[in-house]
Design a protein around this ligand. Structure first.
Ligand SMILES: *[C@@H]1O[C@H](CO)[C@@H](O)[C@H](O)[C@H]1NC(C)=O
Ligand SMILES: *[C@@H]1O[C@H](CO)[C@@H](O)[C@H](O)[C@H]1NC(C)=O
Length: 447
């Protein structure tokens, strides 16, 4: 197993030292789509810090668990507010200043002040998709964005891939020149104005980068987006300050902007999704309606699992990824009609791999079962392991400990992350029955 060497950080281009652990928070798109407003965001903020639920008997808020960034997504802008023959449907004025939809967001600065007063950070959203701009990539538009980002007091920024402002290096230079540190999400799906299109070992002017098209609230989408991160872990391109990101969490989300494709996840699928995002060190960005007690009761034990979160936040040289999978492929997603993907609201978002897979086969093919791991020590003595079953029926999955990369051998003690209980000591292998679309989540420690 290759290990990420911290001294490489010395030549890391990104000036900020933020996001040394995968960022955690909430963002509006997965559930609310275009239906955002200042009042919605502020009431979400209230619920991120309210301690109405408990962990181990202690009243605990989502922010107490680490989910402290609340981010806005698309549709805050006054679409078409400025227009001429060169820049139709623009929402920047001639000087490059973005125009806010004041009906929805009467005072964005007071919204970010409100976040800060609650101990939260606030995320903005740029290079928009709704009312995206195809021609406004002169430097003054970047400068206008950066000035407003600073004036409004935002802490982080999701820079989407729909408009023409794809120069993240320039955003980084402008922020750095202004002395501002911001957590930046590169949501360009590998697009830039010039190569390199992806991070290299010594260059990454953002803190996390999208590896796939948009995730949707169905199992096939989750599995497709998960797979898109694998190459980055093994090439050590997902690491502190520059994490690969298969998109926001769909736990607790259904009936979002994807329509029928957002049918929602079962409880088994929800924990597979959360377990997978945790073990590959993905940023954990919730999207569900945190104001809804029914939803929160259903997902609380998953998203508030401190042991899963600790695995996500740990760093021992490898971001986490697959180490074994069946050669048999299981075809899933037969219940989604590819035509819906083509014609739906999602089309302009570029679903890439997921969409292509749908077009090819009408379904997404994923291994029957696959095992993921992440090291939890430097010496091969502790790991997290996720055993995923994608079949339509339960399966006995056998974990041979010597298959885990860098495992130093010997007797191990196994702990169930979901149950937060020790399972016992094992030597050689263990077998676990995993329900359809569920995932067993363990830590394995040499005794
Ligand atoms: C947004 O609101 C409109 C009007 O109420 C509704 O039809 C639509 O389904 C909503 N979209 C989402 C993603 O909730
Ligand atoms: C809360 O979520 C449940 C389950 O999705 C839904 O049936 C209900 O309508 C929601 N309540 C509100 C007030 O949105």
């Amino acid at each position: 197993m290759k290990q990420f060497s911290p001294f490489l950080l010395l030549s890391f281009a990104s000036a900020n030292e933020l996001a040394m652990k995968p960022p955690m928070g909430w963002r509006s798109w997965n559930l609310f789509g275009e239906n955002v407003s200042q009042s919605l965001l502020e009431s979400i903020m209230d619920h991120m810090v309210s301690r109405t639920r408990s962990v181990d008997g202690v009243p605990t808020s989502l922010c107490d668990l680490g989910y402290c960034d609340v981010g806005l997504d698309d549709n805050w802008q006054a679409c078409g507010s400025y227009s001429d023959s060169h820049i139709p449907l623009n929402f920047h004025d001639e000087e490059g200043t973005p125009q806010i939809n004041f009906d929805l967001f009467p005072d964005m600065k007071s919204m970010t002040d409100y976040a800060h007063s609650l101990g939260l950070t606030a995320g903005w959203y740029g290079n928009n998709c709704i009312c995206r701009e195809h021609f406004t990539h002169d430097r003054r538009f970047y400068e206008g964005d950066v000035k407003m980002f600073i004036d409004l007091g935002f802490d982080g920024w999701k820079l989407d891939g729909c408009g023409s402002k794809l120069d993240l290096q320039l955003y980084d230079e402008l922020l750095t020149a202004a002395g501002v540190e911001a957590v930046v999400e590169n949501c360009h799906w590998g697009m830039r104005i010039a190569p390199p299109f992806e991070p290299t070992l010594d260059w990454c002017p953002w803190n996390f980068f999208r590896t796939s098209g948009d995730v949707r609230a169905n199992y096939a989408s989750i599995m497709g987006n998960l797979k898109s991160t694998y190459k980055y872990a093994d090439s050590l391109l997902s690491r502190p300050g520059c994490w690969s990101y298969p998109d926001m969490l769909e736990v607790g989300c259904s009936d979002g902007p994807g329509g029928d494709i957002d049918k929602g996840l079962t409880s088994e699928e929800s924990r597979s999704h959360f377990g997978a995002w945790s073990i590959i060190s993905s940023p954990l960005v919730l999207g569900m309606d945190v104001r809804n007690a029914t939803v929160m009761d259903a997902v609380w034990d998953v998203v508030a699992n401190k042991e899963a979160i600790a695995i996500n936040q740990a760093w021992y040289g490898h971001a986490g990824g697959p180490f074994k999978s069946s050669t048999d492929r299981f075809t899933t997603l037969s219940d989604v009609n590819p035509a819906e993907v083509d014609s739906g609201v999602l089309k302009h978002r570029g679903l890439k791999e997921y969409e292509e897979a749908l077009k090819e086969t009408g379904s997404f093919r994923t291994p029957d079962w696959q095992y993921l791991y992440k090291p939890l020590s430097d010496d091969g003595s502790k790991f997290a392991v996720l055993l995923m079953n994608s079949r339509d029926e339960a399966a006995d999955l056998v974990l041979d400990f010597t298959d885990i990369p860098n495992f130093k051998g010997g007797q191990v003690s196994v702990r169930d992350v979901w149950e937060r209980k020790d399972v016992g000591d094992f030597e050689g292998s263990m077998t676990v029955n995993v329900k359809s679309h569920d995932a067993a989540f363990f830590t394995v420690s040499v005794v």
